[in-house]
Design a protein around this ligand. Structure first.
Ligand SMILES: *Cc1c(COP(=O)(O)O)cnc(C)c1O
Length: 391
């Protein structure tokens, strides 16, 4: 595969493991074991059973008739919003926790910005009876109170990160410090296709069930196992990686990634990393990120908490650089509008993240016979306030 990670953990010039010396043994343990464990029969059996009976997979591939009529083409929605906990993140969380158990770990740590990854982690820790500590910036704790309550109810300890800007990157620093101090019993669970190798590859593998299912479902519905185009939003890029995975080498499938433009690309309040970013190291890997001339991270902004991230995963940096994927972006306003449109045409309230992917429909010229799949990464219950405030 041209877009597969190489032995050193790189996608082209992006990726790798840029980590402090003190983390080498932790990351090495993971790198030496992850493929062996994931590919074993016993792992696959347990993973697949949980995806089916606990998450509710396969998620439907729904032909959106009225939305298709509006754009005069064929549009399918991959319904990750119907998963347990309401988004795609649970696919990865289950995979990594099963892996952690097989590595003999008894304690799970994670960082979370909006709290979605924290909730998915706390959920599976409750299921598996594992200790769970979630680091979260103090400001984010205040902003995302409902998710903090959910994590606590599920039995997780939410630890505030009080340094720096008191947001996601500070929570990440705290989680990494914890992992360094507790290398034996603790597993660090990353929520997107970011972080040092092997995390991006591992998370993409767990999310690849999305495109595995799309192939089968399209074969049934369209009598061919590929669409002409797949559209997904990217924060770190895990739902997109999962939706693209089995089509990466199939160049007849156009891959469209949608970034959050916030108040506008050049407004200073944006998260459009591929346009505004440059090459550098963030969260242990070489990728594209938003930074100033001194290499300080520029705080991103988007109305959608899940897209409010200053980097993108190294796989996406490579897909964009090589021209394999095409990047569009959507502002807060365009996303809100697209979310409301889907709600009224199809009776589906999408997560604001997913609404960015839907907003791209306005920017593409379709042929009537073309088949487009939009990955509907999550449901919009959590975003009601933002939707109502903007109508
Ligand atoms: C977290 C989240 C995202 C963004 O994360 P990716 O890793 O880019 O997929 C997108 N949609 C929803 C619903 C989310 O919760």
């Amino acid at each position: 595969m041209q877009y597969e990670v190489d032995k050193l953990g790189f996608y082209g010039k992006y990726g790798g493991a840029f980590i402090p010396e003190l983390l080498h043994s932790n990351v090495e343990e993971l790198e030496d074991n992850y493929l062996k464990i994931i590919n074993s029969d016993s792992f696959q059996k347990e993973f697949r059973a949980l995806l089916r009976d606990y998450v509710g997979r396969p998620s439907p591939l729904y032909f959106a008739k009225r939305l298709s009529e509006k754009y005069n083409t064929k549009i399918y929605l991959k319904r990750e919003d119907l998963n347990h906990t309401g988004a795609h993140k649970i696919n990865n969380t289950i995979g990594q926790i099963l892996l952690a158990k097989r590595l003999g770990k008894t304690r799970i740590i994670a960082e979370t910005g909006a709290g979605q990854h924290g909730v998915a982690t706390a959920t599976v820790c409750a299921l598996m009876d594992l200790q769970c500590v979630v680091y979260m910036g103090e400001i984010d704790i205040a902003r995302q109170a409902p998710n903090v309550s959910r994590m606590k109810m599920l039995g997780a300890e939410v630890r505030p990160a009080k340094s720096g800007s008191k947001t996601l990157k500070d929570a990440t620093n705290e989680a990494i410090r914890d992992w360094i101090n507790n290398p034996k019993d603790t597993y660090y669970l990353i929520g997107s296709v970011v972080g040092p190798h092997p995390y991006p590859d591992m998370v993409a593998l767990f999310q690849s069930v999305i495109s595995e299912e799309i192939k089968k479902q399209l074969k049934d519905k369209e009598n061919r196992d590929y669409p002409d185009r797949i559209i997904a939003c990217i924060g770190g890029g895990s739902n997109a990686a999962g939706a693209y995975y089995h089509y990466l080498d199939d160049e007849k499938v156009e891959l469209v990634s949608v970034e959050a433009a916030g108040l506008g690309i050049n407004s200073g309040e944006s998260a459009a990393t591929s346009v505004l970013g440059s090459d550098g190291v963030i969260h242990g890997s070489m990728t594209k990120l938003m930074q100033d001339k001194d290499g300080q991270i520029i705080e991103p902004y988007s109305i959608s908490a899940g897209l409010d991230y200053p980097g993108i995963g190294p796989l996406h940096a490579h897909l964009i650089e090589s021209g394999r994927s095409k990047v569009l972006n959507a502002t807060d306003e365009e996303a809100i509008k697209a979310g409301l449109l889907l709600t009224r045409l199809e009776g589906i309230i999408p997560a604001l993240e997913s609404a960015h992917a839907l907003a791209a429909l306005e920017k593409i010229e379709f042929k009537p016979e073309e088949v487009t799949v939009v990955n509907l990464s999550g449901r919009g219950d959590k975003d009601m306030k933002a939707y109502l405030k903007n109508t």
